[in-house]
Design a protein around this ligand. Structure first.
Ligand SMILES: C[S@@+](CC[C@H](N)C(=O)[O-])C[C@H]1O[C@@H](n2cnc3c(N)ncnc32)[C@H](O)[C@@H]1O
Length: 276
């Protein structure tokens, strides 16, 4: 048997070991991206074979946590794809403003930059006070950074430019203060945000949301898993609620496509139909 076939068996066994030992299910993540990440993890954690990773993670939960952090790609930025934020500001928030209270769910929020960006948007449109934001991820390390709201100062210029392009009404610097080589997001933004661990593969529906943002998460999932998550989202949304996906993600081939209207096609913003 060739080495690459052996590695396929090893990978399957490792994913099975993870789900049985820790309940984290990576079996329906896209195979290509899983193989890449396992290759990197082997080098980083000093393991010659995938089987060594498996042995270690079974007996050492700290080792497993490190591996999970490596498995989860947390690349993110403030006001990522500014045009999407502009559209949310101009087309979605006026609709949400008609409700007495608003519930927003950021699924796969990583280190929180997306969440603080949206909180700024809500503040500028006078909606933050009546909004509850739930921001979830399965990566505890990322969530811990998100809760603190402390980010590297290096990207501030880029973020300020994104903010401007998104239709920002003030100066981004009004929403943070600098501390050594970091920026600390304002407490007034954090007030209505709840950061919590939630695994999209294994956990259940999350309240009656008016808007769900799940951007750049589903690209790592295979079709089966995407389907599960879309169903979860549909069940978590109120009628006429909105779903905002990443630029490379779409409801197009999903079985729930008929439950939604394309509200802003270009920016992957969907609205759940009022009657199904
Ligand atoms: C590339 S980041 C996207 C961050 C942000 N939404 C954005 O677009 O900038 C993907 C995030 O999805 C999270 N993720 C991956 N699988 C997950 C799962 N099963 N449940 C919850 N979050 C998951 C990762 O931990 C990571 O933080």
């Amino acid at each position: 048997m060739e080495k690459k076939d052996l590695e396929k068996i090893e990978l399957d066994l490792m994913l099975e070991a993870i789900v049985r030992r820790y309940g984290y299910d990576f079996r329906n993540y896209s195979k290509a991206s899983m193989e890449r990440r396992v290759k990197q993890a082997k080098v980083k954690l000093g393991c010659a074979e995938i089987t060594d990773l498996t042995r270690n993670l079974l007996h050492d939960s700290v080792f497993f946590q490190k591996l999970v952090s490596d498995f989860s790609i947390t690349v993110t930025e403030m006001f990522r794809d500014p045009e999407v934020y502009k559209t949310l500001r101009e087309k979605v928030l006026p609709y949400l403003a008609t409700y007495p209270f608003i519930k927003v769910w950021h699924a796969g929020c990583a280190t929180g930059e997306e969440v603080y960006s949206f909180a700024i948007l809500l503040h500028e449109e006078g909606l933050l006070e009546r909004t509850t934001i739930y921001a979830t991820d399965f990566n505890e390390d990322a969530l811990s950074t998100a809760r603190q709201g402390i980010f590297s100062i290096d990207r501030t210029k880029e973020y300020a430019e994104n903010y401007r392009k998104s239709g920002g009404k003030a100066s981004l610097s009004e929403y943070f203060h600098a501390q050594y080589d970091s920026i600390v997001m304002a407490n007034s933004l954090k007030k209505n945000i709840t950061f919590a661990r939630h695994n999209l593969v294994t956990d259940q529906v999350f309240g009656e949301m008016h808007l769900i943002l799940c951007r750049n998460v589903l690209i790592y999932f295979d079709r089966t898993l995407q389907e599960r998550v879309f169903r979860l989202f549909s069940e978590s949304l109120i009628h006429n609620g909105f779903l905002c996906l990443g630029s490379k993600e779409s409801l197009k081939f999903s079985t729930i496509v008929s439950e939604f209207n394309e509200y802003e096609k270009r920016h992957k913003i969907y609205q759940k139909k009022s009657s199904l």
